[in-house]
Design a binder for this molecule. Structure first.
Ligand SMILES: [Zn+2]
Ligand SMILES: [Zn+2]
Length: 160
């Protein structure tokens, strides 16, 4: 509640304020549904529509970032400064990752597309440590069943 924030967001409501602080406390880039579930504990009267409307407003003003991937529910990022993302293809969570290719962009995108480039969003696809762990746990017993009668661990399920 600083003077600066009041000037930039004169119509910042209490609900929006709490939504923003909730979003900024999370590094998981939650969906509107996830934020709604969390906020409901402290704001029992808040509606999903209000959460959506406020998120859209904050994203439009550039205060937060809306992360949209084809066919998936939008996720929101309380960190509006440029950075890259890595998205888990299993559970959909998104984490921040250092933009290691920041210096490699050059003038190419504009020259190749004819577009005036306003920004860029780098997103890597992967499998998060938690999903990898779960997959390893569920893979091991399965292998034992498959190779139950006879050879032990002489075959690898994945090609090396
Ligand atoms: Zn995952
Ligand atoms: Zn982020």
């Amino acid at each position: 509640m600083t003077t600066k924030e009041k000037i930039i967001f004169p119509r910042m409501t209490r609900q929006r304020e709490m939504l923003l602080s909730e979003l900024m406390s999370l590094d998981t880039h939650p969906t509107a549904d996830e934020l709604f579930e969390r906020l409901r504990r402290r704001l029992p009267h808040i509606s999903l529509a209000t959460v959506y409307r406020n998120l859209e407003g904050l994203a439009a003003s550039g205060r937060i970032r809306k992360l949209e991937t084809c066919g998936r529910q939008a996720r929101y990022d309380g960190n509006a400064t440029p950075h890259a993302h890595v998205r888990c293809v299993r559970c959909g969570r998104i984490d921040d990752v250092e933009d290691v290719v920041a210096g490699c962009a050059g003038p190419l995108p504009r020259e190749l597309s004819g577009y005036e480039i306003l920004g860029r969003h780098i997103e890597f696809d992967g499998v998060c440590p938690r999903c990898r762990f779960c997959e390893e746990q569920s893979d091991n017993p399965k292998n034992e069943v498959i190779f139950h009668n006879g050879t032990e661990k002489t075959q690898k399920p994945e090609g090396g």
